[in-house]
Design a protein around this ligand. Sequence first.
Ligand SMILES: Nc1nc2cc3nc(NCCc4ccc(CCO)cc4)[nH]c3cc2c(=O)[nH]1
Ligand SMILES: [Zn+2]
Length: 373
Amino acid sequence: MNAPGTFTLGPGDGSARTGRLTTAHGEIETPVFMPVGTQGTVKSLCPTDLQDIKARIILGNTYHLYLRPGDELVAKLGGLHRFMGWDGPILTDSGGFQVFSLSGLRRITEEGVTFASHIDGSKHLFSPEKVVSIQRNLGSDIMMVLDECVPYGADRAYTEKSLGLTTRWARRCREAHPAGDRGQLMFGIVQGGFFKDLRAQSAEQIIEVGFDGYALGGLSVGESRAEMYDILGDAAPLLPAERPRYLMGVGAPRDLLAGMAAGIDMFDCVLPTRNARNGTLFTFQGKVNIKRAEYREDDSPLDPTCPCYACRTFSRAYLRHLYIAKELLSYRLNTLHNLTFFSIMMERARQAIREGRFAAYRAEMEALYPEGE
Ligand SMILES: Nc1nc2cc3nc(NCCc4ccc(CCO)cc4)[nH]c3cc2c(=O)[nH]1
Ligand SMILES: [Zn+2]
């Protein structure tokens, strides 16, 4: 097997491309969607379920696992793969975004970001060195650097100042983890808000530090689709073509398609798993809100074209019953289905790119999922 970090490009179609990324826990076909497993579990699923639905790589969160159960404990028990029983690739986000979206009392200094735990209010400091140490303890296959996800609407002065700090933090993360040490990869994160020249400046600085892959941060933070696509189209091509490109926190089906068209290789979003738990299901005939009364006596499968256990075994009436009755099985069946949908959508996208028909595939999927998530 190739060394971790090896990224081999396959056939492309316009700016869309296919590839294969080698990690210490296996190879990943790209473009890929990463299910979110924030606290060391993709909510309601067992690792065997993830294997069954052909999930290849999952996402964990430094912020959450540091606060609970603690990265030192996870390290003592053999690392996150052994702790959660998942032997496939794991990418961990660095905590920057979670600190800003979850914790109270945040202060940013050159040293790092101090915050109060959303669990018990205790005070903590995330420095670049600290978040690297946590991710090394967890044993992540892909570690993300500590960055500041600039809030939507930040002005140019703030955005420019912040990207400078993000670059200095990226450099300190790089220095804290020798390239490829213990097979653990590290991705840099480009910021710059919604200013194209600042995006270019951030990209140039992060690339100069040098990483195994590059992420676009600071998007999917409340902006309109048009704003995200405008920055995406401009910034994605600035990232090295020979390394994986990761669009953080994205997204809905039409956003994944737009990201692939712009040359993005990796995606993560809580949408399929969170929507599963509120009964919003993605099918190849469009979206289904399973709680609707119209499904009360519907004996047909959720999606007759879907190979997942929920669609093979149960009716929409039963899935609706479970949801209305707030039965725990509702979470598991709906999550199995939504992640199967995202997995199949990405597999078909890879095939369409290989066969030079990505534009047609994108149009077909967009017709199913018009504007809005
Ligand atoms: N380190 C780092 N991590 C990030 C994670 C992100 N995640 C997002 N967006 C997720 C937004 C999001 C939140 C919830 C839902 C479900 C709605 O039902 C969908 C999208 N943007 C993000 C930006 C960054 C970033 O700059 N840096
Ligand atoms: Zn299904």
